[in-house]
Design a protein. Structure first.
Lengths: 503, 360, 379
């Protein structure tokens, strides 16, 4: 019913000149919505001028309405004629910072629901949309999922404009382009596409626009909704777009030629295209000494590999190729395992699932109980499981290593779970052959990943320093001369010859 | 399926991995005892001549693969026959390699496991890479080969404790004729297989140098094979090398450092499988391309899906035991001559004539 | 279409787990074998195997635990191993075998090659296991004895033999793959294996390494005592430690002890169409470890005297060992054949047929050269 009436009105002159008719229409449109309030105003010098403002309670700032809308309208001495008021009102009377005039009901609905005030003027077929947004947003705080040791601590909040402001403050340049689009048939959520014109890869940009047009969804609540529509390799568990909650990360990625996607209502910003190595990079790498962070990168990388392969490898060693173990270790493990009823595979799977359960509950529970639960989980379950001979002690160590290293690389926590299970299954049936074939399959899959037409794994063809300076190690800033060539053609980052070889 | 370009380095790595395929673990003794490395080097020399011919064909027809070249030179009918022959060679070769790989696994670590699941798994792994196209194979090779060489180096360093240099003496104990005939055998069974790369030649960029690709590939793999062989001989001694099926595996079993770092021969296992998967993938790629060209179809996935059970059938039915498989090498060296030598020579001569005629 | 595809994939995928994991070997079903003793049962001519396994229930608190002996009988070694399973609930895991003890009857009468074939051929067994000859009546007695240090005899034996090279130099360390090399090689070098016997230590029967056993082809010929083995090791350039005692001159008893720190033996030969002449150049670096009488070491004369006495002692004893090997055992005990083969294969093919004759008639000249670098803390 709503669509029909606004469509009808869209085709014809939307608003009528009669104020009463317009207001009746508003009441019709927002029937059963008790928060839409209306205020009738008359100018005190010329009482024939009637106005009505429609406001959305809770979304508007009363101060702005009182001071900048109602007061000028009431007290204005400007001479206005019926039928020609709009422009004069805009330029001489109303003192809000943004005004737009419209005669489309659709625009009016979208404006009212976001916190603008609508001014209907008697005798005019156009209405004015006045900016009076005054809703509360979350305070700017450090995002809890991306904590670092040193560096900026601002994090995005849920309001699009505030997020944009944080990014714009950091790029004081006219090359930063910002474009708006809206998605979601019912929610009409605003999204914003951001990029730096001189470095961005135009082909990727075109591809992005093309894919955005294919989105057909009810409502967009979070940037992840968009990701799943526009990503490559839709069936792969690996991420093909980056996400972050920090403005400094977004700016860093923009400077390398990427595109950022903001979604209103979500503090998570998408960056694309996405290279595989970004899973292992963290913004903190650039704020601390490069020796330290190069080591950290190595740890993350090896952590990922260990997290995937350790349980499967353990099963291969213990169940198929026991000859790898030296005799003393072998005797110990045999002794540990003699009392245990379950074969190693089942133990591994059970313990891993148990650990994941603990992790999930740890995240969801309120903080007070969380502490107690982790103590219960770790000590009691683990310890008593071993004493009751349900689980062998070496298995606990293996699971602990797996779980802890799995937490090192948060972006890959989705694929890790599945890959781990797949490897365990394959090595449990076919031993070392299964293990190696599994690794080959995973490697192939990762090599196949694309992100908006750009392969995620840059080939190691030219092992020049400039290609790998930011992958496994973090080279110092005075050596970061080129941008990643996969992302952009505008390669040189540093101007001039400042390569750090001073004196 | 669009054509994807491969860089020189990736191609070289692919050739090296292919040549490692089965030879690295199986060993190249072939009755020569400690002189096999001389035969290897001789085979390298002879192989370079073959390589020059292959590279010349590539250079004459830049960015075209063997199938297209055959059709251009000889016309549709004979061209299609040549394509069919090459495809058959690729299929047969992949059947043999898969059989060899699963025999290796069965003998060495898992005697009770039937071979069929092993082979299926290998097909899944290799088929996935084939399905993803040659670009992925190139990148895979970029990762796999350095890893392979690293592991080899590791084993080499660890086995220095067991090396006795005197095991290679006396040099040239066998007559030149014996060495010569063995080197021809090595040439055809190992180096000659690279004729299959001619069918992938449409992924070489126009300005890249095919001579460099082939010669580098041959050289690197020959040197590495010599090193592997020397290590096996020096650690095990001639009689053991002659007697074992997999000398470098047996040699790796002896490594024992400080009592805790021993029995790491699993690593050789890993190497063998890596090279084997590479070889199977390349053969599969060639076969799929060939069949696609023969029947004018571009549905790679479907062709692959049908091809794999076919190859499985061949590999299970062709040999009844490992001994037959290894004895087959004697016949194999003659059987593959047409594919490796005769067809390329025909193509080369035809190409020279055609190009010569064009330029006039 | 999609459904068909999925069903095909599922069918293939199910094949793998349905049949189970064939080679999955849970560790609790495995019994670790550390040593095997091979005997021949004279009644029914079967191989009788005594297998020493680790008993894990005692492990952990007191070292690696106790050992268990399992016996098995069969016409071949493989069959005997499998037959032992008839009394054992767990499967035998032979990847850790450290020593193979062969009784001297088998070694003398039929040779050890048939017994060792399984150890090299089977994929699970290690080629680094050490074959050892038992000087007792049966090989089983060795495993049934108790060790001084620990309870698992095979581990003990292996450790003793491994450390022997640098410490006592009284036996030879050789692995089964090297054994095979020598047996299969055409150079007819004599195979030499460590020999083991039981002695009593504090009223307990313990196992002791007692020199080496010398073979011709693969049949046992005789033994070399530990002291003879010591000099044999000089001849084959495998010595890296050990003590040599010798008298200063004819009157004194053996009263000087040298500790060998380094040794290099160079073999060379000359062939004049008829006879073979072999030269052994032995250069040894040693430390004077014990002097049983008064002598001022720093005096140059005395050092020269000691050196001469050492050289003489080496010369006599090494020549004695070589003589014993040639005459008594009639085998090429220190690898002359290998040396000739490697440097002059043509000559070797000529000499090969009458190699026994050449062994008997060859002249051996030993030229030892001892250098004494220090004499410990006192002069």
């Amino acid at each position: 019913m709503l669509n029909k009436s606004s469509e009808e009105n869209k085709t014809t002159n939307v608003l009528s000149s009669s104020l009463e008719e317009n207001i009746d229409e508003v009441k019709n449109i927002f029937v059963d919505d008790a928060t839409i309030g209306m205020r009738w105003i008359t100018n005190c010098h010329n009482t024939t001028l009637k106005y009505c403002i429609v406001q959305n309670d809770g979304l508007v700032s009363a101060a702005i309405i009182n001071e900048n809308i109602i007061k000028p309208l009431m007290l204005s001495k400007v001479s206005l004629n019926k039928g020609q008021q709009i422009d004069i009102l805009i330029h001489q009377v109303i003192s809000t910072n943004q005004i737009k005039k419209t005669n489309q009901w659709q625009e009016i609905i979208e404006a009212v629901t976001y916190g603008d005030t609508i001014l209907f003027v008697d005798g005019e077929a156009e209405a004015l949309l006045l900016n009076s947004k005054g809703f509360n947003t979350r305070a700017i705080a450090e995002p809890s999922g991306e904590r670092i040791l040193s560096g900026p601590r601002e994090g995005f909040c849920e309001a699009l404009m505030i997020n944009l402001s944080m990014v714009k403050r950091r790029i004081r340049n006219n090359e930063l382009k910002i474009k708006f689009q809206s998605f979601g048939v019912r929610t009409h959520t605003q999204i914003c596409i951001c990029y730096i014109d001189s470095v961005v890869n135009k082909k990727v940009l075109a591809e992005l626009y093309r894919r955005l047009e294919t989105i057909d969804i009810d409502g967009v609540l979070d940037s992840n909704y968009i990701t799943e529509f526009i990503r490559d390799s839709k069936l792969s568990p690996f991420p093909t777009t980056g996400y972050t909650e920090r403005p400094d990360v977004v700016v860093g990625k923009l400077l390398e030629g990427r595109i950022a996607l903001f979604v209103d209502g979500s503090p998570v910003v998408l960056t694309l295209p996405y290279l595989f190595i970004e899973n292992f990079q963290s913004n903190e790498d650039y704020y601390l000494s490069y020796y330290y962070t190069s080591f950290e990168r190595f740890l993350r990388f090896w952590g990922f590999i260990l997290s995937i392969t350790v349980p499967a490898f353990y099963i291969v060693i213990v169940a198929f190729n026991q000859e790898v173990l030296p005799t003393t270790l072998l005797t110990n493990i045999v002794r540990e395992r003699t009392g245990v009823p379950l074969p190693a595979v089942i133990e591994a799977i059970v313990m891993l699932i148990l650990f994941d359960i603990l992790k999930e509950t740890g995240i969801r529970l309120p903080t007070g109980i969380g502490q107690a639960l982790s103590i219960v989980g770790a000590l009691v379950v683990g310890q008593s499981a071993v004493s009751a001979k349900l689980v062998a002690a070496p298995m606990l160590i293996v699971v602990a290593i797996t779980a802890i290293t799995g937490l090192l690389v948060p972006k890959l926590n989705a694929p890790v779970i599945y890959i781990r299970m797949m490897l365990i299954a394959m090595s449990a049936t076919l031993g070392l052959l299964g293990f190696i074939a599994g690794i080959s399959i995973i490697m192939t899959h990762i090599l196949n990943l694309h992100s908006f037409g750009i392969p995620q794994m840059v080939s190691l063809d030219n092992l020049k320093y400039q290609e790998v300076k930011d992958t496994f190690v973090r080279g110092p800033w005075w050596k970061m001369i080129d941008r990643p060539s996969a992302l952009t053609k505008n390669k040189t980052r540093l101007s001039g010859d400042d390569r750090g070889d001073n004196d | 399926m669009q054509r994807e370009m491969i860089s020189t380095r990736q191609f070289i790595y692919m050739i090296v991995l292919f040549l490692f395929g089965s030879s690295a673990v199986q060993g190249v003794s072939w009755g020569l005892g400690q002189d096999a490395w001389i035969a290897l080097l001789l085979a390298l020399a002879l192989g370079s001549i073959l390589a020059l011919m292959y590279a010349r064909i590539i250079k004459l027809f830049p960015e075209m693969n063997l199938y297209d070249v055959a059709e251009v030179i000889f016309g549709k009918i004979i061209g299609k026959i040549i394509i069919g022959l090459m495809t058959w060679y690729a299929i047969h070769l992949s059947a043999i390699v898969i059989r060899l790989l699963s025999e290796f696994v069965k003998i060495v670590t898992m005697p009770e496991t039937p071979q069929l699941p092993m082979m299926i798994l290998l097909f899944v792994a290799a088929g996935y890479i084939t399905f993803s196209g040659i670009a992925t194979l190139g990148k895979w090779a970029l990762f796999a080969l350095p890893l392979y060489l690293l592991i080899l180096l590791y084993i080499l360093i660890l086995s220095t404790a067991e090396i006795k240099f005197s095991n290679i003496l006396p040099i040239m104990e066998h007559s030149v004729i014996t060495i010569g005939s063995a080197s021809i055998k090595i040439l055809t069974t190992t180096f000659g297989g690279t004729v299959l790369f001619l069918t992938l030649a449409d992924s070489i960029k126009k300005n890249d140098n095919p001579y460099k690709i082939y010669l580098y590939g041959f050289f690197i793999s020959a040197v590495t094979l010599v090193v592997i062989f020397l290590q096996s001989i020096m650690v095990l001694g001639v009689p053991m090398v002659e007697k074992s099926y997999f000398p470098s595996y047996t040699a790796a079993r002896l490594i024992n450092i400080g009592d805790f770092l021993s029995r790491i021969e699993m690593i050789i296992f890993y190497n063998f499988l890596l090279a084997g998967i590479a070889k199977i993938t390349i053969c599969l790629l060639v076969a799929v391309k060939g069949i696609g060209k023969l029947f004018n179809s571009t549905k790679q996935g479907l062709i692959l899906f049908i091809l794999c059970p076919f190859i499985l059938l061949i590999s299970t039915l062709e040999f009844s035991s490992v001994m037959e498989l290894l004895n087959f090498t004697d016949v194999f060296q003659y059987y593959i001559l047409p594919f490796q030598v005769i067809i390329p020579i025909m193509l080369w001569v035809g190409a020279e004539i055609k190009i010569g005629a064009k330029s006039r | 279409m999609i459904k068909r595809l999925i069903s095909i994939v599922l069918i293939i995928g199910i094949c793998i787990p349905l049949s189970g994991c064939w080679n999955y070997r849970g560790l609790n079903k495995v019994s670790i074998v550390t040593g095997v003793a091979i005997d021949r049962n004279t009644e029914n001519n079967n191989y009788q195997l005594t297998i020493e396994t680790i008993d894990v229930s005692g492990a952990g608190k007191e070292g690696t635990g106790k050992s268990q002996l399992v016996e098995g009988e069969g016409k071949t070694i493989f069959e005997a191993v499998r037959n032992a399973k008839k009394r054992l609930s767990k499967k035998l895991y032979v990847s850790d075998v450290k020593v193979i003890i062969i009784s001297n009857q088998i070694a003398r009468q039929e040779g050890i090659k048939p017994s060792l074939d399984w150890f090299v051929r089977d994929a699970e067994t290690r080629e680094t296991a050490i074959p050892v000859i038992s000087q007792e009546k049966t090989a089983k007695e060795i495993l049934a004895a108790s060790g001084v240090d620990g309870k698992i005899i095979s581990e003990e034996l292996e450790k003793i033999i491994n450390s022997d090279r640098e410490i006592t130099a009284s036996t030879k360390k050789i692995a089964s793959y090297q054994t095979f090399d020598i047996l299969l090689g055409g150079e007819k070098t004599a195979l030499v294996l460590p020999a083991v016997h039981c002695t009593s230590n504090k009223d307990k029967k313990v196992v002791e390494v007692n020199g080496t056993a010398v073979f011709k082809e693969d049949k046992l010929q005789g033994y070399l005592s530990p002291e003879e083995t010591h000099y044999y090791l000089f001849a084959v350039d495998e010595i890296a430690g050990g003590i040599t005692t010798f008298p200063l001159n004819k009157e004194n008893q053996d009263s000087l002890a040298l500790e060998i720190s380094k040794n290099k033996t160079k073999k060379s030969y000359s062939y004049d169409g008829n006879r073979l002449k072999v030269f052994l150049d032995i250069s040894t670096t040693a430390m004077l470890g014990e002097v049983n009488f008064d002598i001022d070491i720093l005096k140059k004369n005395n050092i020269e005297e000691i050196k001469l006495a050492a050289n003489l002692a080496f010369l006599q004893r090494i020549e004695a060992v070589i003589q014993k090997g040639r005459m008594e055992f009639n085998c090429d005990i220190f690898g002359v054949g290998t040396m000739i083969h490697k440097s002059d294969p043509v000559l070797w093919s000529k000499l090969k047929e009458n190699w026994d004759y050449y062994i008997q008639t060859m002249e051996v000249e030993v030229r030892p050269e001892v250098v004494i670098v220090n004499t410990g803390l006192t002069k």
